[in-house]
Ligand binder design. Structure first.
Ligand SMILES: Cc1cc2nc3c(=O)[nH]c(=O)nc-3n(C[C@H](O)[C@H](O)[C@H](O)COP(=O)(O)OP(=O)(O)OC[C@H]3O[C@@H](n4cnc5c(N)ncnc54)[C@H](O)[C@@H]3O)c2cc1C
Length: 304
């Protein structure tokens, strides 16, 4: 082991990545760390650079599949990163929040502060950083998607070489499950919200919760929607998969949900190979049946 590792905080070896993703798939990370401060993070990045290692930034792992062979570099989990940082400026109706804070915690904090605008995030598993990169969104009213990009004012981040950067609203681009933030390591964001009575915010959160619960009550490990819904006047990805006759089908340990055909479930010892194969087969079948190519929403973290 290189001597500089010993001064690098909380660096672990051969950590199984399955336990850090909601789909519960993935071999070991050669190196794994959960930095709690910017100082720790800077040390880790500098060390990875010196060692010539690639690194992967992980939030809650709710939208990521790691390969069965693992990741041959450094995986940096942001779940503990400054997760005490969440503060409000009531006069400006703004909240400053660390990228490592969970969406559930953010929503609770805003509700307790009487600030509205994050309620749609309440049942989306993930961290603020992961949600920003993915432009996470949800709405129970069809055709009226709320996305985290709608409420972001500013993002503080590091470039991949470690240089700090502030991204103002004019620098940020968001579209359906897409942002221009992939190139950055996100540290914190300022969200622009609005005042609303706390009980009304609570009612909105509950309505979202009830809506999701009645439509989707899945207990097996999964990563949410596997494919993006095609843009334009097309049926949803789930409806297309159903139309192609793949609802409920399975490859190895991974099965397409009977409740929602855009969810793949790990029904026991699924491998990344199973997932990748099922993605390919579904894409082929949907294209054959409808002429539409489904684009994956989940991220495959390939070793490089
Ligand atoms: C049951 C379930 C339901 C879901 N429902 C929804 C839904 O309704 N709407 C929706 O949009 N999504 C949904 N998802 C998908 C997922 O929750 C979101 O995409 C979420 O925003 C991912 O956040 P994360 O912290 O888990 O990110 P991860 O999955 O860990 O990472 C996602 C991407 O972001 C990058 N990343 C993460 N943190 C940082 C950071 N700090 N800096 C730079 N890059 C970073 C990663 O490298 C990766 O490329 C669902 C998932 C599950 C399991």
């Amino acid at each position: 082991m290189n001597s500089s590792i010993t001064s690098t905080p909380a660096l672990q070896r051969n950590v199984p990545l399955a336990s850090h993703t909601t789909l519960r798939i993935g071999g070991p990370a050669a190196y794994f760390a959960e930095p709690e401060s910017e100082e720790d993070l800077a040390k880790l990045l500098a060390w990875a650079r010196r060692e010539g290692l690639s690194f992967f930034i992980l939030g809650n792992g709710s939208n990521v599949v790691f390969e069965d062979s693992g990741y041959e570099g450094l995986v940096i989990s942001m779940r503990r990163f400054r997760n005490d940082l969440i503060k409000m400026d009531l006069d400006r109706s703004q909240v400053t929040v660390s990228a490592g804070v969970s969406l559930a915690r953010l929503v609770r904090f805003c509700q307790e502060s009487g600030l509205a605008g994050t309620e749609f995030l309440a049942q989306i598993p993930g961290t603020v950083g992961g949600a920003l990169v993915m432009n996470a969104g949800f709405s129970r009213h069809s055709g009226q998607m709320s996305e985290i990009g709608d409420i972001v004012q500013e993002v503080r981040a590091l470039q991949k070489d470690g240089a700090p950067v502030m991204l103002g609203r004019e620098d940020l681009e968001f579209s359906y499950r897409h942002s221009n933030l992939d190139e950055y390591l996100l540290l914190e964001a300022i969200l622009k919200l609005w005042r609303r009575p706390k009980d009304q915010i609570q009612n909105e959160i509950k309505a979202n919760h009830d809506f999701r619960k009645t439509r989707l009550d899945i207990t097996e490990p999964n990563a949410g929607s596997i494919f993006k819904n095609p843009l334009g006047p097309h049926p949803s990805a789930g409806a297309l998969i159903e139309k192609a006759g793949w609802k409920g089908k399975r490859i190895g340990g991974i099965q397409i949900s009977e409740q929602h055909a855009n969810y793949f479930l790990n029904i026991g010892n699924a491998t990344s190979k199973d997932v990748l194969q099922l993605i390919k087969e579904v894409q082929k079948a949907v294209f054959h049946a409808t002429g539409i190519t489904l684009e994956p929403e989940i991220r495959i973290a390939q070793k490089n």
